[in-house]
Design a protein around this ligand. Structure first.
Ligand code: FAD
Length: 390
């Protein structure tokens, strides 16, 4: 059995759904998104959904600013509900990083980021439950917060469907067909052949395996990033802000039901390769203990919170911890992967950028820093913390 499509998108996480939406919004007809399980069943469904704006380059800054605008106005811009909570985000840095933070902040403000640098002693004004010991400065982003990655994916998918995109769940891609250095289409778990001049790999944690089907090697490692859930006690008071403690290596963001999602910012994901099929697995008692200790140093009142559960998440990490948004050496075979832990907060801009690139239009933000050819090594050379600030 065979049929055709103008574009086949592989993967129904937030990246694939956003690209489908933005292609359709640009008037591309006959877009087909294939998801082997269910929408948002991959990394997206395990994500913490934090949206912070501190980024080190003009392009990443522009992308997060554009994305934040979409999250805040999701019903109007896309349809549906992003579950966006603008609770504000604080980012603590070590004293050695203060000067580069101030320089970075000045550049970011010129690009539309609303933020201020606080002295550690002034943090209490915004979030008195943070312990500022050991910090050199704290960024306060009042418009940042967190969203619901599954809702955002479903919102993009529904918006795409309304514009004519076909979305098929439970259909995996098993082969990518090519003639020489040109893509011809895909084969699927249903035994179908789909002819398409454009195929987009948005398979997140599985993107290297999907690219290999086309004979393309991606410089991406899958690194483990576990998440822990604690229940705040009744006396904790109102939910805390999102807090990213780059100096102490912990983050915490509130969730409904008096819960907090927390984890580590210790930059060790790339040293812990993970089989993506282990996504969602239980976490170990010892690793939970070590992570919660760091959380308690950052927000001591969370030391009294009750541990509820944890799960194994993972990032698709490139050597510079920045996405790949590009056509590969196989003409018509594109990649939007290697999100390196940024894939939720950048998803609206990633979709917009990829849709422009695929239709050979000028993207709203330069995609030059996201080219596949930029790497000279496959080993992660940068760190997650350097994706905030250099
Ligand atoms: C624990 C955790 C915390 C995170 N926290 C944040 C955060 O706070 N802020 C932030 O911005 N980002 C965060 N991220 C990162 C962000 O969530 C991800 O980068 C993003 O969701 C990835 O989306 P994706 O669509 O690229 O990939 P995925 O969501 O993994 O989607 C890929 C899809 O491809 C499908 N697929 C795979 N192979 C095939 C095939 N052969 N055929 C068809 N379909 C296939 C999979 O089933 C999957 O649904 C976090 C991620 C994790 C795991």
């Amino acid at each position: 059995m065979s049929r055709t499509a103008a574009v086949v998108i592989i993967g129904g996480g937030v990246t694939g759904a956003s690209i489908a939406f933005h292609l359709a919004a640009r008037g591309v007809r006959d877009v087909l998104l294939l998801e082997r399980h269910a929408l948002a069943s991959g990394g997206t469904g395990r994500s913490v959904g934090i949206v912070r704006q501190l980024y080190p380059t003009p392009e990443t800054t522009q992308m997060v600013v554009r994305s934040l605008r979409v999250f805040r106005d999701f019903g109007e811009a896309v349809g549906g509900d992003a579950g966006y909570v603008a609770c504000g985000c604080l980012i603590g840095v070590a004293p050695s990083m203060r000067a580069s933070l101030e320089a970075s902040m000045a550049r970011q403000k010129a690009l539309g980021v609303k933020a201020e640098v606080l002295a550690p002693a002034d943090v209490a004004r915004v979030e008195p439950r943070i312990d500022p010991t050991g910090l050199g400065a704290v960024v306060w982003e009042p418009d940042s917060g967190y969203g619901d990655p599954t809702s955002v994916t479903l919102g993009f998918a529904d918006g795409a469907r309304r514009r004519g995109v076909r979305i098929e769940q439970g259909v995996g891609v098993t082969a990518i067909r090519r003639a020489g250095e040109r893509v011809l289409g895909v084969e699927t778990t249903t035994g179908e052949r789909i002819d398409a001049p454009v195929v987009v790999d948005c398979a997140g944690l599985w993107s290297p395996a999907v690219a290999r089907l086309a004979g393309v090697e991606l410089p991406i490692v899958i690194g483990r990033h576990p998440v822990f859930v604690v229940e705040r006690d009744r006396d904790f008071g109102p939910p805390h802000r999102v807090y990213l403690d780059l100096a102490g290596g912990a983050y915490a963001r509130p969730e409904t039901g008096d819960l907090t999602l927390t984890g580590s910012l210790t930059d060790d994901e790339a040293r812990h390769p993970m089989d993506p099929e282990r996504l969602g697995a239980e976490v170990g008692h010892d690793e939970a203990g070590a992570a919660l200790e760091r959380t308690a140093r950052a927000i001591p009142r969370l030391g009294e919170a009750r541990y509820r559960r944890g799960w194994a998440g993972a990032f698709d990490i490139t050597p510079d911890w920045m996405p790949i948004l590009d056509e590969t050496s196989v003409e018509g075979f594109w990649v939007a992967a290697g999100m390196s832990g940024h894939g939720f907060k950048l998803s609206p801009a990633v979709g917009e950028t990829m849709a422009a690139l695929i239709t050979r239009a000028e993207p709203p933000v330069s995609a030059a820093p996201f080219r596949l050819g930029r790497f000279t090594t496959t080993a992660p050379a940068a760190t997650f913390v350097a994706s905030y600030l250099t």
